[in-house]
Design a protein around this ligand. Sequence first.
Ligand SMILES: Cc1cc2nc3c(=O)[nH]c(=O)nc-3n(C[C@H](O)[C@H](O)[C@H](O)COP(=O)(O)O)c2cc1C
Length: 177
Amino acid sequence: MKVLIIFATIEGQTGKIVRFLADEIRAAGHEVELVDAADKTVPVSFDGVDKVILAASVHERRHPKPFEVFLAAQQEQLEALETLLISVSLMAAFPDTLDEAQEFVTEMKMRTGFTPGSEALVAGAVRTGSYDYFASQVLRHVVLKGHEYDLGQGDHEFTEWEGLKGTLSEFMGVPVS
Ligand SMILES: Cc1cc2nc3c(=O)[nH]c(=O)nc-3n(C[C@H](O)[C@H](O)[C@H](O)COP(=O)(O)O)c2cc1C
């Protein structure tokens, strides 16, 4: 089986997530190709592709523009294949903000016209070293508002790797590691 992974990452957590998925897919004996949606020099081919994973992070309620442009432009080709959309956000880390995390996906589907075959909301990470003053303020006063986590604690990964393996197995239709 050949799996194409298209991704968009700003601070790197989605990049780490797709590399983890790619390693699992290869370990299960399948072929995988990773494409960064921000890299316009890489041609994307669907030749021989059986399944597509689309993964991107949320910043200020939206997934990165190049990612959305890709979904809108390739809508027909993508909808002819089996697809899994992975939306990485911090609101996916907390039960009381899961609905909001789902809204980011719903809004993206409305903007792009693309509907994935399956979807997963995946918790991202706090990476304090990557933030400027504005980003820290958004995280502290909007994204993490009302939650126990204090940015002063430094970096923290909310991503649940075992859960991600389960999502991947379900999508692949076969067990992975
Ligand atoms: C400036 C900024 C804005 C963000 N806005 C949101 C948001 O609106 N909703 C949310 O759930 N997470 C938000 N996040 C959290 C990111 O989605 C999270 O840190 C994710 O792990 C980033 O993934 P990446 O490293 O692949 O870019 C924001 C993060 C930053 C730095």
